[in-house]
Design a protein around this ligand. Structure first.
Ligand SMILES: Nc1ncnc2c1ncn2[C@@H]1O[C@H](COP(=O)(O)OP(=O)(O)OP(=O)(O)O)[C@@H](O)[C@H]1O
Ligand SMILES: [Mg+2]
Length: 409
């Protein structure tokens, strides 16, 4: 693969998708997209290697065909209930002189000295702020004078075996994993504006099996969590409630489902095909009556996370919903009203290309992963200005994210 090409691979619970893009003089340009249904994951974690390998192969081959390139390595996204975020502090002495970049590195290094259980791997170490001689909230202390420099970092970890299984699946499907990025961090890169990342914003990537949340402020990820609930739970509720198969339930959810019954026309009727061959006609509102409690539960869980990260005080730009399940009719309105925060739906905007299909919330994570592919690519050296321009907002808060690469034995 040429140095200015990068590929993002999102191995999700509902679908596996690969996005290939080039970095040219106008920015990140999407060249191709490949997608395959995902059969081997539950709640973001691999439970069937063969099925996962098969889905990855299909998605990668399709991306190769549509982009006209050969894919050798990818930046992979990871999620799952095993991912945890924690904050840590580290301090060093700077001996009464100006702070140098190497001092920042040492302070971050010392913040990494925190107990992480042996079965976990560090995915990201994201610097949040520096404190110099008690003065808090310094983003870049280089050049300032002081005695004691403290670093506050957000560390994202995952269970080593889960990370290992994902990497193994990719390798067995014929692609190397150059980096691993926590899914919603990638989604944020694709779907958020720099202003939002500066002022304070929550992002919830609602997929099939999980809802992944991050809180970003002053350009740094400050909180992360994974909730074990997503769009597949809504589909299952419909299947059980109407005694239909999940395929039929999925179709009904997308065509006439809504997050709450109040926005559905009371006179509208739908025909459903039950298992066993029976067809039935019923008010469309009935489907949303089944969906509503699950949506209330999901929003209630998100609310707890908003409280946990002080989102009500600090998320000036509110909540951005992305991921396929954010498309459920009325879910954004319902979230806004139950949460009491401004809510919008986020889709990939920080990328370009002829592929209209990518402009869908379900592809935010995959499109964002592409941007991280350039972090270590020669394209960065060849086009320093362009790189800085495109990825500056992302890089700022990614800084240090790959300091601790995942070590796979
Ligand atoms: N138009 C739509 N209306 C309602 N739900 C939708 C729509 N399109 C997709 N979904 C739902 O989005 C979910 C899949 O979203 P997405 O593709 O982001 O998941 P994923 O990344 O594979 O899963 P995860 O992130 O949980 O591992 C499914 O539950 C699907 O039913
Ligand atoms: Mg996803």
């Amino acid at each position: 693969m040429a140095g200015n090409l990068a590929v993002g691979l999102d191995v999700g619970t509902s679908k596996v998708c690969a996005v290939a893009a080039e970095l040219n003089d106008r920015g990140v340009n999407i060249l191709g997209l490949g997608e395959a249904p995902s059969r081997g994951l539950r709640k973001g974690m691999v439970i069937n290697m063969d099925a996962t390998i098969d889905s990855i192969k299909k998605a990668v081959r399709e991306a190769e065909r549509s982009a006209g390139i050969r894919i050798k390595s990818v930046t992979a996204g990871i999620s799952g209930a095993h991912i945890k975020g924690l904050d840590s502090f580290g301090a060093i002495g700077v001996r009464r002189r100006e702070v140098r970049p190497a001092d920042m590195d040492r302070a971050i290094e010392s913040a990494k000295a925190v107990y992480i259980p042996l079965d976990r791997e560090v995915l990201h170490v994201i610097p949040m702020d520096f404190i110099l001689d008690g003065q808090e909230g310094i983003a870049d202390p280089v050049g300032m004078s002081g005695v004691r420099l403290e670093a506050k970092v957000h560390i994202i970890t995952g269970v080593a075996s889960s990370i290992q299984n994902l990497v193994k699946c990719c390798e067995k499907a014929g692609v190397d994993v150059s980096d691993i990025v926590f899914g919603p961090v990638a989604s944020a890169a694709a779907a958020l504006s720099r202003d939002e990342m500066e002022c304070g914003v929550l992002l919830a990537d609602i997929g099939g099996g999980t809802t992944d949340m991050v809180f970003i402020r002053d350009g740094a990820v400050r909180y992360s969590s994974v909730l074990g609930v997503g769009g597949a739970h809504v589909t299952n509720d419909i299947a059980v409630g109407l005694r239909i198969n999940v395929h039929e339930a999925e179709k009904l959810k997308r065509s006439c489902g809504a997050a709450y019954a109040g926005i559905v026309n009371g006179k509208e009727e739908v025909q459903i095909n039950q298992t066993g061959g029976n067809t039935k006609t019923m008010p469309a509102q009935y489907i949303s009556e089944i969906i509503q409690p699950r949506c209330e539960e999901m929003i209630g869980m998100m609310k707890e996370e908003v409280k946990a990260c002080c989102g009500y005080e600090l998320a000036t730009c509110g909540l951005v919903l992305t991921g396929g399940a954010s498309l459920l009719h009325g879910f954004d309105k319902m979230t806004e009203s139950l949460l009491g925060l401004p809510v919008r739906i986020g889709r990939p905007v920080n990328v370009r290309g002829q592929m209209a299909a990518v402009a869908n919330p379900a592809y935010s994570s995959c499109a964002g992963l592409v941007a991280y592919g350039y972090e270590s690519s020669p394209a960065r050296v060849n086009h320093p200005d362009i790189f800085a321009d495109i990825v500056a907002g992302i890089k700022g808060w990614l800084k240090g994210a790959f300091r601790n690469k995942v070590h796979i034995q």
